[in-house]
Design a protein around this ligand. Structure first.
Ligand code: ATP
Ligand code: MG
Length: 556
């Protein structure tokens, strides 16, 4: 494929701007508001902003758009820095805050007042709403709109000096109260808020509004391409109005692209915050959360997240991408790199009646079937073993090739065994199987060429390490919980199941965050926060896709 074919529309614009000489180099920014943790949607924006700059030898700022004190916390600031770095991007010395520019923003506001295109309004919040009109009804001018420049300058200075209470006055741009674009109906520039700012402290009691602060911060940083999501399309005329009025040395260009939405996941910080606040999840880094912190803790590698957003592309069309696409990216990374281990998640005991009591044999197990260079390890084999409950069926269909009464199966890296007797408790549940092993069938010895159809995994009871394993599933039962009226109604009650698993001894010292494949089950890692339990990162196959296919077939 040529380079042109892989270029999305934003990369095309950037390419053209460099070729035409409009810009010598590219400057972008990633501008999160520190009012929550970053999620999978932000991953797209990060990869795009840092990506286009890095590809062309340009630069990217990490800028905290911190104009909303009260909602913002330094916990979020720290998490955002950690997450962007973990994703593999570096802002060097270009770490900024909209609040770093409060003085310059104020000066710009004063200039707008002096130019006669901004005024101090003294209507109440309710009146302002009423005067603004609606989509079908034009707005009305505020009676304060024609205050003199001198009066406006005086009032603005006193707003800054703290002479007024919250909401008493508002600085507004004087644009057009009858504009069909609501954003141009004299938008607010500064509001009074007597509140401590997480970065600027108590230096200010008036704070700039997002559109004004964002546009001018872009200009101050000489951003060439200000990339944002589609909901800001209607704000672009205002963005350009600020630039037209104030004529900064550098004129950034705003370009919008569509948001990335992940199926069965929420990508709104407000709703993610509600999940945390209501303790529906254990925190922003709960492994079921679509946050970077959650996905990292779950065990998703950064490379998989980068690959995922690359597959999603950059367009202007709405997209809702299947969870399976993300999970496949994870499987692709670990398929080659993760060592194999054995673990039994839902244990059923088997006793090999003809195996000598007290005997232990060390079985050689490959760490990766496709890559002998990854070496081998030894697994103890003994008379009593754990196998997976699902690998036994009492009333098995003909095509069930795992263990059934009278049936045979191979124990991976071990022997062929036969099920002789099923032991049940009073309630009729199967609690143990009595089996016999064929001593001539030890794996790798070649002393027997007997073949059986099924192979199952196992762990020696005496040597196993009991550990809690957390099996995660989607948090929601609806493909698009973002648009559900109440997301509580579409929560998946089975999104977390904790099982008491039995692990082979080599897993005892599994380091937190290191992914391994449990054979036949999926990829797992020890939780990096509690250091004890093990998280299921992803199953080996997309079990939902299979279920959906079965459901389809049943319908046909
Ligand atoms: P939320 O609505 O959840 O609060 P936000 O857009 O307000 O999200 P910001 O912190 O302002 O969050 O976002 C930082 C940047 O990330 C913005 O440029 C925004 O456009 C971009 N972004 C946010 N969500 C997505 C998404 N789902 N897909 C792509 N980019 C996104
Ligand atoms: Mg935002």
């Amino acid at each position: 494929m040529s380079e042109t074919e892989t270029r999305d529309f934003i990369r095309q614009i950037i390419h053209d701007d460099l070729e035409s000489g409009k810009h010598d180099s590219i400057v972008t920014r990633f501008p999160p508001e520190p009012n929550g943790y970053l999620h999978i949607g932000h991953v797209m924006s990060i990869c795009l902003n840092f990506g286009v700059a890095a590809e062309t030898g340009g630069k990217t700022y990490l800028r905290f758009d911190d104009t909303n004190p009260g909602r913002e916390k330094s916990e979020y600031v720290d998490a955002i820095e950690r997450d962007v770095r973990w994703l593999g991007f570096d802002w060097d010395e270009r770490l900024t805050h909209a609040s770093d520019y409060f003085e310059r923003l104020y000066e710009a506001a004063v200039r707008l007042v002096e130019m006669g295109v901004a005024y101090v309004d003294s209507l109440s919040a309710d009146e302002i709403r009423e005067y603004r009109g609606t989509l079908t009804e034009t707005g009305k001018n505020s009676p304060y709109r024609d205050r003199s420049v001198a009066e406006n300058i005086d009032l603005l200075g006193r707003m800054r000096a703290g002479e007024f209470a919250d909401g008493e006055h508002l600085l507004r741009a004087k644009i057009d109260m009858s504009s069909p674009n609501m954003n141009l109906r004299d938008p607010a520039l500064y509001r009074i808020r007597h509140i401590t700012h997480q970065h600027a402290g108590d230096a200010w009691c008036i704070y700039p509004m997002y559109d004004f602060a964002h546009t001018m911060s872009d200009a101050f940083e000489a951003i060439t391409h200000s990339l944002c999501t589609l909901e800001f399309e209607d704000h672009r005329p205002l963005y350009n109005w600020f630039l037209d009025q104030l004529q900064p040395e550098h004129r950034p260009r705003q370009i919008e692209f569509s948001r990335l939405n992940l199926a069965y996941a929420i990508t709104s910080k407000r709703k993610l915050n509600a999940l945390v606040e209501e303790q529906i999840v254990s925190g922003w880094d709960d492994p079921r959360m679509p946050t970077i912190a959650g996905m990292r803790r779950r065990g998703y590698p950064a490379a998989a997240l980068r690959q995922f957003v690359k597959l999603g592309g950059v367009t202007k069309k709405d997209k809702l991408i299947e969870m399976g696409v993300l999970e496949n990216c994870v499987r692709e990374v670990y398929g080659e790199t993760a060592e194999r281990r054995m673990a039994v998640l839902k244990p059923l005991k088997i006793v090999l009646s003809n195996y000598p009591e007290g005997q232990v044999e060390m079985m050689e197990a490959m760490n990766h079937p496709g890559n002998p260079d990854m070496g081998t390890r030894e697994m103890p084999f003994s008379r009593e073993l754990w196998i997976e409950q699902d690998d036994f069926m009492e009333e098995a269909p003909r095509k069930f090739f795992r263990l059934k009464p009278g049936g045979e199966v191979r124990l991976r890296f071990g022997y062929i065994i036969r099920c002789d007797e099923v032991i049940k408790n009073d309630a009729g549940d199967v609690v143990e199987l009595r089996c016999s092993y064929d001593a001539d069938t030890r794996s790798g010895t070649g002393s027997s060429d007997r073949k059986v159809k099924g192979t199952i995994h196992w762990v020696s009871c005496e040597h196993a390490v009991q550990t809690d394993v957390r099996l995660y599933d989607r948090l929601f039962t609806e493909a698009n919980p973002n648009s559900a009226e109440d997301f509580h109604a579409v929560l998946n009650p089975g999104s977390l199941e904790t099982v008491s698993a039995q692990l082979e001894p080599a897993l005892d010292d599994l380091e937190p965050g290191v992914a391994v494949q449990f054979e036949r089950l999926g990829y797992f890692c020890r939780d990096s926060v509690d250091g004890q339990a093990i998280n299921r990162i992803v199953t080996l196959r997309d079990s939902w896709a299979k279920l959906e296919k079965q459901a389809m077939q049943q319908q046909n």
